[in-house]
Ligand binder design. Structure first.
Ligand code: BES
Ligand code: MN
Ligand code: ZN
Length: 485
């Protein structure tokens, strides 16, 4: 999909040649004498259009209006013009014309929008029109091909617009890989995707296989991978936009391409959804895709430990003790708590980059999904400044997080008589005990953990990847350059 920013107001919008024109109206809109304004004024007066905050659900569709070049016009209220209202209004407006063959869409802000409103509009059009086609025999792809965003203060919002368009590219790259079924997204194929990203500006990629990972002594990662015939991959991506002396931010994405649970096997219902267990990895790929568009002056490293979690005669067994790259021994009491086992070795590997911060992203626990649902990702971070930056990035990109506790008392249950640490504690506080496990491998750098188990995909009829938290991560990387204490 191709986005373009243009300068025009509601009177100019009437001359735009396109298949559908969405006009967004805030509660402070004052209709003028132009043809669209007159239509809006009538609709408002008749009560067929609502611009008050919280009421922007129902768009009004007009067809072949006199004096308007575009045959389909959708009027939609956006209340106070907040990102949330714009997002809802655009989603409803796109849905209202979705059945018709709208290839070229224009979205016009009738009055001056805030920066985050422009971003919300771009993201909402992309979201509402996305279709996954890779594994369909007769792909019916996305209908909307061109989107023009029109507003009168376009130069001022150009940077926000560019950022939003890049975010969409990254989000859709993440969705593509997360949506692919496990047989179309093996660790090797994921590594192939990372390699192809290295053709883009400033990006380099290195892929390690089982031998190299064994040489690094990543005994924990190897233990998860050993039950599958599909070879593991450890993906190292670099985005170098600043001087070598600038400490990089390291993103670590959980890349379990299928999680059966292993010998501690999962129940059958919804097990297909465990193809999404590499959504953290997909979000890292998506961020790199977006960085290549924006070329910011920063350094970023992406680490993806990727393998399948399966059962076989070689699979790791409950009670097995393995030695992680850090030297700490781990008793694997539950083979379904595999995410932390691949992440801990990747976190130790991250030390060599002397990072300014390390953020891991993982569909780590069902418990986090129960705690926060699909609205906010769980944020675990002992560094207040880093936590604040990540939460703020989530707010401004409408990709929300929520801070969770990390008290040492939560680590009690990880104690065992047979190793330095066990990989699971009891059921209580499961998202937190998982984070406490990871924290043991992070004393060399400021660290944050995002549990995206609830936010990375949707279930039911709308089943599919969300591309979260690409927007949050990208916003974080672009807005915070400060070193952490
Ligand atoms: N990938 C799952 C977490 C998950 C489950 C995400 C359901 C989204 C929906 C993870 O590997 C896992 O199985 N975690 C276990 C941990 C438990 C054994 C301590 C869980 O959450 O049940
Ligand atoms: Mn699991
Ligand atoms: Zn998992």
């Amino acid at each position: 999909m191709n986005f373009e920013l243009k300068t025009f107001d509601i009177s100019g919008a009437a001359n735009e040649k396109c298949d559908a024109l969405i006009v967004l109206l805030s509660q402070s809109f004052k209709p003028g004498k132009d043809v669209l304004s007159v239509l809006v004024a009538h609709a408002l007066k008749a009560g067929d259009l609502e611009t008050r905050p919280g009421k922007s659900g129902r768009p009004l569709v007009l067809y072949r209006s006199e004096g308007v070049a575009c045959s389909r016009v959708v009027l939609a209220g956006v209340g106070d013009g907040s990102a949330k209202e714009v997002r809802q209004a655009v989603a409803a407006a796109v849905a209202a014309v979705k059945g018709s063959s709208v290839k070229k869409l224009t979205v016009c802000f009738a009055d001056l929008p805030r920066e985050d409103a422009v971003r919300a509009a771009v993201m909402a059009v992309a979201e509402a029109s996305y279709v996954f086609t890779t594994t369909k025999s007769k792909p019916e792809g996305r209908v909307i091909q061109r989107v023009v965003v029109g507003l009168s203060n376009s130069p001022k919002v150009k940077p926000a617009f560019d950022r939003a368009v890049a975010a969409v590219t990254g989000i859709e790259y993440a969705k593509e890989w997360a949506n692919r079924p496990a047989n179309h997204a093996t660790p090797t194929l994921l590594a192939g995707a990372a390699r192809s990203l290295a053709k883009l500006p400033n990006i380099k990629c290195q892929v390690l296989g089982p031998k190299e990972v064994a040489t690094l002594a990543m005994g924990s990662f190897l233990a998860v991978a050993q039950g599958s015939d599909e070879p593991l991959r450890f993906i190292v991506l670099r985005y170098d936009g600043a001087a070598k002396s600038e400490a990089p931010t390291v993103l670590v994405g959980k890349g379990i391409t299928f999680d059966s649970g292993g010998i501690s096997i999962k129940p059958a219902p919804e097990m297909d959804e465990m193809k999404f267990d590499m959504s953290g990895a997909a979000s890292v790929l998506g961020v790199f895709r977006a960085l290549a568009e924006l070329k910011p002056a920063i350094n970023v490293v992406g680490l993806i430990p990727s393998c399948e979690n399966l059962l076989s005669g070689r699979a790791v067994k409950p009670g097995d003790v393995v030695t992680s790259m850090s030297g700490q021994t781990i008793e694997i009491l539950n083979t379904d708590a595999e995410g932390r086992l691949v992440l801990c070795d990747a976190l130790t590997y991250a030390e060599r980059f002397k990072p300014r911060a390390v953020v891991d992203i993982a569909t780590l626990t069902g418990a986090c999904m129960i705690a926060l649902g699909g609205v906010r990702s769980g944020l675990f971070c002992a560094n207040d400044e880093l936590a604040r930056d990540l939460l703020a990035a989530g707010e401004s990109s409408s990709d929300l997080g929520w801070r969770m506790p990390l008290d040492d008392d939560y680590a009690e249950g990880l104690k065992t008589n047979f190793a330095d640490v066990a990989n699971v504690a009891g059921r209580a506080g499961g998202a937190i005990t998982a984070a406490k496990f990871l924290q043991r491998f992070t004393d060399k750098f400021p660290w944050a953990h995002l549990d995206i188990a609830g936010t990375a995909w949707k279930s039911g009829t709308a089943k599919g990847a969300t591309g979260r938290p690409v927007a949050l991560l990208l916003e974080y990387l672009l807005t915070s350059a400060n070193p952490y204490k």
